[in-house]
Design a protein around this ligand. Sequence first.
Ligand code: 0PR
Length: 387
Amino acid sequence: MTMNEKEVLDALKKYREMDLKYEDGRILGSMCTKPHPISRKISEMFFETNLGDPGLFKGTKKLENEVIQMMGNFLNNNNPFGCIISGGTEANITAMRTIKNISRKKGNKSTTVILPETAHFSFEKAREMMDLQYINPPLTNYYTMDVKYIKDYIEDSKNRIDAIVSIAGCTELGTIDNIKEISKLAEENNIYLHVDAAFGGFVIPFLEDKYKLDNYNYEFDFSLNAVSSITIDPHKMGLAPIPAGGILFRDISFKKYLDVEAPYLTDTHQSTLIGTRTGIGVASTWGVMKLLGEEGYKNIVSECMDNTYYLIKKAKEYGFKPVIDPILNIVALRDETPLKTCLKLREVGWYVSICKCVGALRIVLMPHIQKEHIDGFVEALSSIKKN
Ligand code: 0PR
């Protein structure tokens, strides 16, 4: 049965009304947020673009090159190769595909990667698809990879390692591995280093010193010699609309490990996993980055960090304890029955998530969260705990 335009739009509106809205401040466990308003206009302008056939959309392709260069600039790389793709999952799978193909080219039959237990589950998808072997080093008190364990593991002559994955802003706690030390080890031993900065990539470069903990290493980008690739998602703290994930490589030499022949396209090789892909994420990321600039992102990150400290202060007043001092705008509050608490909070309209590496509720202080939402949430949490 067909509908006229009004009927279609009215019906869709009803579905859309069932969704939660970021601006209501109830979404406390998401790494996404309301995109910057300019992206509405940009999405309309680029809505039919397809970077799967870049020769047809030369302007959009040029924008992609420019946006990769712009992201490279704040990641200390003047000459990156990369793509704006569907998200952090695709970016991490792309990095693992590169690692596997490099290993195969060297004649290895298996691919072994060191990565933390705290790694995002997208790496599990990659492991399963590509038959990778993972080594999980123990975690330190700060929930980062134990560098000494990695060193001993690599130096043990029985072990061959193809790559190390480290996290700059881990999903559950926002922690950053000691990537400076890991990079030294990787460099000395000629090992590929991938950094998952899907979340932290648009936070750490804009983090003011006053929010940084003493004796904590925040370095994560291409200024560290061994870093070969970085996942960094504009659709998280970059304020671009979904889909906009990012994968950046140190230089164009990595492209050959990803290219497959696509002889009938305008560009005869394709390196992305996804074929047909929208240019909306590319153009929106370009637009939002140009509009906000470094100052704009700094302000946004500072506001989120202020709210992070505000939540911790408020939570402590009510007797709740953070697992660690915050590194980025993610807070984990200790809870013995996190799933139960999470479900009870949902019943009263608050949506948090939970950690798996420690018994805790997880709250991500995205730009849509305001202090009044934090007040309401902590009060709701407290009354749930009393009953
Ligand atoms: N790497 C890290 C460090 C991540 O935290 C995430 C997603 C990814 C990779 C994968 O990114 P995509 O989801 O873009 O493929 N982290 C969030 C999470 O799992 C994703 C998310 C976002 C979940 C919004 C819920 C939500 O409402 O927590």
